[in-house]
Write a protein that binds this ligand. Structure first.
Ligand SMILES: [Zn+2]
Length: 340
């Protein structure tokens, strides 16, 4: 009898246990499925996010915070209005339309790069100082600097540069580039490490440009007396000493691959060409010197640091029939032009 009771209890337990086993399995499976759903959703969100980042969002950059360096105030300004002020300030309006278009894209790219990566200003995205960020001028001030009879057509060229390239920026591997530019490369652009140290960028190679010698920015001369030369270096290097009776008191010891001065020995100092340029106020680090009587003469080629797009090079290319895309892809290696 006991056996029958035990069997009966066992049978009853089985009846209850089997569905519980099944339901557990079911529960487990659906939990797993839910987990997978969450994962799938997360993936979808990530994919959405990365494509969002890739195509950027023009609306997200519709206004920017511009720091006016001189009077130290921050203005919220529409991106396109800001770009009109940059293009009209950074490039002569007499340059070819395709060069101005390239400048507009470079200025937009530089601005977006600063918004995304720049850490120069705490309260603003960018400032109006060309030595720090990009030069900028109000439309009113710009127009006032032009003769009245060309104001309208000049401004139309600037507007065309910004509006016909609306939203276009330069990317490398899907990321906005640090779009350096300068006035005149002297025939060959420079790599950033030679100017600022640090690492180079794959899209900022040294490239040759033709026709830059036709521009006034190509060639300049600085003549200093030996005393002036000495005092300019002493401002920064208090221990500077030089004996001008020594034949090799000034000697260029190394050139960069683009033929700029990399290192120069001056008296008891070894300076970089870039520092020499800055101390003496030369237009570029591509210079020759000669000592003539009481004077030292510097013959300078090109204007600016030489990295990235050369503005006169862009104009020269445009004159020879290149469009803005060809110009940009010449100065920035392996890049794409995409819409914001
Ligand atoms: Zn700045």
């Amino acid at each position: 009898m006991k056996k029958i009771i035990l069997l009966f209890i066992g049978f009853i337990m089985l009846i209850f246990m089997i569905p519980m086993l099944f339901s557990h399995t079911t529960l487990y499976t659906s939990a797993k499925a839910e987990e997978q759903n969450v994962e799938t959703e997360e993936n979808a969100m990530q994919i959405e996010k990365s494509s969002e980042e890739q195509k950027y969002d023009y609306k997200a950059y519709s206004t920017i915070k511009l720091l006016h360096k001189n009077d130290n105030w921050v203005e919220e300004i529409a991106l396109d209005d800001y770009l009109l002020g940059v293009v009209s300030s950074e490039m002569p309006v007499t340059f070819e339309q395709e060069a101005l278009n390239a400048q507009a894209i470079v200025a937009r790219t530089y601005t977006i790069y600063m918004i995304k990566n720049g850490r120069k200003h705490e309260e603003a995205d960018i400032c109006d100082d060309s030595g720090c960020c990009q030069a900028w001028i109000t439309k009113e001030d710009r127009l006032a600097k032009w003769e009245e009879d060309v104001r309208e057509e000049n401004w139309a060229k600037i507007e065309k540069a910004v509006n016909s390239t609306k939203g276009k920026i330069i990317t490398y591997n899907g990321e906005v580039i640090d779009a350096f530019f300068h006035s005149n490369s002297g025939g060959m652009t420079e790599t950033p490490a030679e100017v600022w140290g640090g690492t180079n960028y794959p899209y900022l190679q040294s490239v040759a440009t033709s026709g830059e010698e036709a521009y006034s920015q190509y060639s300049s001369e600085v003549v200093l007396t030996k005393e002036e030369f000495k005092s300019k270096i002493l401002e920064k290097h208090k221990d500077f000493a030089i004996d001008f009776s020594q034949g090799n008191c000034i000697e260029i010891t190394e050139y960069t691959e683009s033929n700029r001065v990399k290192n120069i020995k001056v008296g008891n100092l070894n300076l970089s060409g870039v520092e020499m340029r800055n101390l003496l106020g030369l237009k570029s680090a591509n210079f020759l010197f000669s000592i003539e009587g009481d004077n030292i003469k510097f013959q300078v080629t090109g204007y600016g640091h030489g990295v990235g797009l050369s503005q006169t090079g862009a104009d020269s290319m445009a004159k020879q029939g290149s469009n803005y895309e060809e110009i940009i892809k010449h100065f920035y290696t392996g890049v794409e032009i995409v819409d914001l």
